[in-house]
Design a protein around this ligand. Sequence first.
Ligand SMILES: Cc1cc2nc3c(=O)[nH]c(=O)nc-3n(C[C@H](O)[C@H](O)[C@H](O)COP(=O)(O)O)c2cc1C
Length: 217
Amino acid sequence: MVRAVAINGSPQMEKGNTALVLASFIQGMMDAGAEVELLYASRLTVKPCSCGVMYCWDDGPGECCIQDDMQLLYPKLKAADVLILATPVYVPLPGDMQNVVNRLMPLIEPKLERRQGRTRARFREDVGIQKIVLVATSGWREVENCDTVVRIVKELAEDASTEFAGAVLRPHADAMRADGKVTRDGQAVLDAVRRAGNELVKEGRMNQETLRGRAMK
Ligand SMILES: Cc1cc2nc3c(=O)[nH]c(=O)nc-3n(C[C@H](O)[C@H](O)[C@H](O)COP(=O)(O)O)c2cc1C
């Protein structure tokens, strides 16, 4: 069975556009038999990385010296096959989400290697994550508004030597609802997102045609 951890970085949490899209993605994964745990970055207490000297690489390998809710998250992440990072575009990330991403460092091992002209590390052996997926929503119409966030998550996957399994992107996300209700077009997007989640679990990849560039890259 595929086990996934999804972290939603929106301060709007359950009420936000990101939660709307993420819920369909998770439903698609669960329909295919996956077990998905959903956490909200803003509900956790995750302080910024403050040691600044790579304690988790040098002095206490694999350990973070900050005692906060990241300590609850580390074992969940180690046990997961798939990590879903879900976020609104905030030029580029909401602060709570940025803290979570920075604090993933103890899961990464400083066995550095050169690949395609870049220095890369890898997840430690006790980390099961095989795939990282991005779910992002943005306010403006062009999907390119999500490019910086896509780049961040791609870089993270490269630095962990794990697969970037794709991005479910929904620009102009407010247009999915009118008067608080999901519109017909919005529902078409959510249905496609649900299929993408289903494909990820059943086929190990999301079909690039599923959302035909409208919501996925
Ligand atoms: C501080 C802040 C910065 C934002 N920056 C951008 C941006 O650069 N580009 C964009 O398209 N939308 C931007 N947005 C809009 C959000 O990405 C968009 O409304 C998103 O769907 C909100 O998701 P949520 O409801 O899950 O929080 C910004 C919103 C906020 C509050």
